[in-house]
Ligand binder design. Sequence first.
Ligand code: SF4
Length: 411
Amino acid sequence: MVGSTFPHGQSFRDHLDSVHTDRGCRITSDMIYSIDPRLKPISDKIEARQRLDMEDGLLMYDPDIPVNDLGQLANLVRERINGNDAYYNINTHLNATNVCVYRCIFCAFRSDLRSSKGYVMSDEQVLQRGQEAVKNGCTEMHIVGGLHHQKKFDWYLNLLQILHDAYPQLHLKGWTAVEINWFEFLTKLPTAEILTQLEDAGLGSMPGGGAEIFHPEVRDQICEHKADGTNWIHIHRTAHQLGIRTNCTMLYGHVEKPFHRIDHLIRLRELQDETGGFQTFIPLAFHPENTGLSHIKKPTALMDLRTIAISRLMLDNIPHIKAYWIMLGIGTAQTALSYGADDLDGTVRHELIYHDAGATTPEFLSVERIEHLIREAGRDPVERDTLYRTVQRDDTDRSVWTLGEKVASSV
Ligand code: SF4
């Protein structure tokens, strides 16, 4: 088509911009295929950069709405915000204990205090993990785990402190809002004081875990004891007010309904309007194996892509949408780069939580493999650090790196 002539001497793209299709949708240069006419009001809002509401969200979860059409719309927004870039980082995980006082029904990772499955890492083992991370050129350590019956707040604080003292260049992204809430229970200190002490010990930012589904109709069924949606939001709001950047998540594909998912996304969007402190949203596909919900089938790839696309369209104020390859599988995560996602997470080592729940993905991807996956998807790979600054590697020693500018995302 390139080089063809169209009426009035228009270029192909100008021509597309001016055409109205018989399916009722205006084709723009950014969106060159027609879409289901039921999506026209949503498409019009997206073109006009207007916010989508609950009704729009529910329509997009209607199984009769083609996933590919949602993908086109989400891709338009993804490219508006992040251009053709797709981000990844070099990171590792640390789950210092799996012993947990709670019994979330979807969790395959936790252990009872006296179970032979239970473990607690020593300071030495924690430091070894830090040393390995630095040797491998990691910029980030992702730290989450169980709420141990006998460990005091000082144990969690000390873990950050020893890592930060030994490896100050390693960004420590640690402790979900559920853990912060537990520390409040242990110490009776207010949220801001807990977060300040963690920051002083070396905390760089917070992950987005523990959000699951906020709505009490679901939360009461899957994790009734741990921090509720209001607490989770309060803790992230407090972190943002202190200047601590955080991520956010949603665990989907278990007992929740589309209404609960859209309600969850809207609550996150409202907090982001208030604080602007979320960096990335990570939709987490439920893995049923070895959980109390093992009778449920895990979400299909099409449901994963639908959820990624809807997340990109609903969360108009969060810069990044992550396709977490560990949970989605490599193929779906790569495809998601055309369905609204702009980030694949990282190389990852020592992931336990989702592998305990039956994830069959590898435990590690090399930088070469991640960059190949991104290029094959037609995107430009960009290594970032946890706070979305570009990372420049030394050509002769890849474990040596410096930070560049913050990546340009327009939300
Ligand atoms: S999800 Fe977290 S809080 Fe819940 S049981 Fe598992 S480790 Fe404990």
